[in-house]
Design a binder for this molecule. Structure first.
Ligand code: CUK
Ligand code: CUA
Length: 642
């Protein structure tokens, strides 16, 4: 059997008809959940992973040669979209080309990266403060007027409660904010009407005043919904909530932010967290919170000076709780800005909340539950939802390993009670391989959702790629959603573990081709140069200071302007390299043998790193980037004296 997913012969479905799930959902699935047969989540979730590889090859998604051809980007051609992928445990972001699924770049964020020297250079160490790992889940770009403005990419670090920003001009991290009073910074989302706040959800409940006295008793725990200024990256305020906070979303008008809560119970064990049949969607009223903060109603905790509004307990002017399907995970707002779709991870349904009704909820004219306008049954283990801009939603279904396409208007009509035997809202279920997590469609999180491509980020890959040992790659699958039926067109292995991705039209992103020396980072080098009377792009010079030897070197292919310098053993040595080549793509670097120093310096860029000179002797430094026919000769000596 031909398993090449680009092959028109491939059915994309290797299972027997009995195990296929593109039939409409039957009563048995609901019963399965309702009777509690799901049991303790972990075992059953994985147990539900289907057998594969040996089944029949018939039918499938009726993929045709034409559809596959659409995803082929020929040599020399460019992709139509940028894909920004989070890198999960790798701590990075990746840039993909869509639809080719070619990985174009990796952006080191919370990780140390040997290629660029991120984590080893002075600037990156200033931002990372010695932490060399992170866990990125959610990437989102800055907005203006409901669509991407192409300036920044924001990404969370769940492991150490941080929010990083990438400047799209250089595709490098320029700022990192530390989120106070928080653990497990997970869901993030920027405001969409302009580049305003980026909201960050704390997934783990902790005592707001975390100390020896408060640590043990979970009754005092809470979680923070944090507003970070997307321009300055300063933490502006926080709202303290009793439950945990998972995924995050914003509306299109700047009125609200949202957080799903899967542990309204306030439990600390899995069993305790799963007790309630419904959890909630927290809705935060931004104007009311800002007003309270301005009026000085915020408290502070510990060393943090950030004002915190305590909104624990009952609904208030600051926050209301809309009861949604059991243990919700994703919350996604559709491109019209009307609906927030919450996926009930432990329910076969998604809950649709009408955003315009929330004003009446805050005004106490209606109950929070009355903002719910639909609850279609989409499959076992719904996680995240994407949109095509034509009124359809696509929900990732983890346990069933499918993508369910459903129509929002039809789901709303059915919820209004128009008698339907079999739901007409669910239009198609497409098998994905396997255990899908996030899902996203081209421009889905903007008002310009264009319904062309859908990406399914699968957690398992099993037999889809060559066996590379116990750790399999993830399987990112590209699905054509431009037609009436979804068609799977490409399998893409990725290094673990992209949780989320956004697909952005290429005309919205305009990176520089050569460094223009206007980034924040240059202020630091220029301050040093001024102090030392050095012109960074002209001078190569050794400056000996109290406790530090600064070595300024310019590089121009195939030479460092300084081919030798001398320091004493144990000296702190700071090398500041300026690449004065003007040619696009002409990168140099600086590697000091036996000193664990190796970093990249792009054309017209400056980079620096600081290290301690080792035992007396000679150490060659060299340019690690192939830059010239005489690249191997591009080197010099550091002489270390006793
Ligand atoms: S989470 Cu991983 S699949 Cu961190 Cu957005 Cu849902
Ligand atoms: Cu410069 Cu190789």
């Amino acid at each position: 059997m031909n398993k090449d997913p680009r092959s028109p012969q491939d059915s994309n479905d290797q299972r027997t008809p009995e195990t296929r799930s593109d039939a409409l959902p039957g009563a048995s699935r609901r019963d399965f959940l309702a009777t509690g047969a799901l049991g303790i989540a972990g075992a059953s979730l994985l147990g539900a992973c289907k057998e594969d590889g040996k089944g029949t090859a018939a039918g499938g998604e009726h993929a045709t040669a034409d559809v596959h051809a659409k995803a082929v980007v020929k040599p020399g051609q460019l992709d139509d979209y940028y894909g920004f992928w989070s890198g999960g445990q790798s701590g990075e972001i990746r840039i993909m080309g869509i639809p080719s699924m070619r990985e174009i770049k990796r952006i080191p964020v919370f990780n140390r990266d040997a290629c660029t020297g991120w984590g080893a250079t002075d600037f990156s160490q200033q931002l990372l403060k010695g932490k060399m790992s992170g866990d990125t889940h959610h990437v989102h770009l800055s907005y203006n007027g409901g669509t991407y403005d192409g300036r920044y990419v924001y990404v969370n670090d769940k492991a150490q409660a941080r929010l990083a920003r990438v400047n799209c001009e250089t595709m490098e991290v320029d700022k990192i904010a530390e989120i106070p009073n928080s653990q497990g910074t997970h869901g993030i989302f920027p405001q969409r009407h302009k580049t305003g706040y980026v909201f960050c959800n704390a997934e783990f409940r902790t005592p707001p005043d975390n100390n020896a006295e408060t640590a043990a008793d979970p009754r005092g725990y809470g979680a923070m919904h944090t507003a970070v200024d997307g321009e300055t990256m300063e933490v502006k305020w926080q709202v303290l909530i009793e439950g945990n906070l998972d995924l995050c979303a914003t509306d299109y008008k700047g009125l609200y932010s949202f957080a799903t809560c899967y542990n309204l119970e306030g439990g600390v064990t899995l069993e305790e967290m799963m007790k309630n049949d419904r959890d909630c969607l927290y809705v935060f009223n931004i104007a009311a919170i800002e007003k309270a903060v301005a009026a000085g109603k915020g408290k502070t905790f510990g060393k943090s000076k950030v004002p915190v509004i305590d909104a624990r307990g009952a609904d208030s002017e600051y926050v209301v709780r809309v009861p949604v399907a059991k243990s919700p995970h994703g919350v996604n707002v559709d491109p019209t800005g009307k609906y927030a779709v919450c996926s009930g991870k432990l329910s076969p349904t998604v809950t649709v909340v009408e955003i315009d009704k929330l004003a009446d909820v805050f005004a106490k004219k209606i109950k929070p539950a009355q903002a719910i306008v639909a609850e279609p049954e989409v499959g076992l283990g719904p996680l995240h939802t994407a949109f095509d801009g034509r009124g359809n939603a696509y929900t990732s279904i983890f346990i069933d390993s499918v993508v369910t396409k459903w129509n929002i208007a039809k789901a709303i009509a059915e919820y209004k009670g128009e008698a339907v035997k079999q739901s007409q809202a669910v239009l198609q279920k497409l098998d994905v391989h396997y255990q899908i997590g996030h899902i996203n469609a081209s421009m889905s999180e903007t008002k310009d959702a264009d319904g062309k491509w859908l990406i399914a980020l699968c957690k398992f890959s099993k037999d889809r790629f060559l066996n590379v040992g116990p750790l399999h790659p993830e399987n990112d699958q590209l699905i054509d959603i431009s037609g009436e039926k979804m068609v799977l067109v490409h399998d893409g292995p990725t290094w673990p573990e992209p949780h989320d991705a956004v697909i952005v039209r290429k005309d919205l992103i305009h990176p520089k081709k050569v460094q223009s020396r206007t980034d924040e980072r240059f202020k630091m080098y220029e301050a040093w140069a001024k102090e030392d009377g050095v012109d960074l792009q002209r001078d190569s010079k050794v400056v000996r200071k109290q406790g530090l030897v600064r070595v300024y070197i310019t590089s121009l292919a195939p030479k460092f302007a300084m081919s030798e310098f001398t320091v004493k053993t144990g000296d702190r040595v700071q090398v500041i390299i300026s690449n004065i080549d003007k040619v696009e793509d002409l990168s140099h670097g600086f590697c000091m043998s036996h000193h664990d120093v190796n970093f990249l310096v792009n054309a017209q860029d400056t980079q620096s790193a600081t290290f301690t000179a080792g035992a007396p002797g000679v150490y060659w430094y060299y340019c690690p980037w192939f830059c010239h026919a005489l690249h191997l000769e591009m080197r010099g000596r550091m002489i270390v004296t006793a």
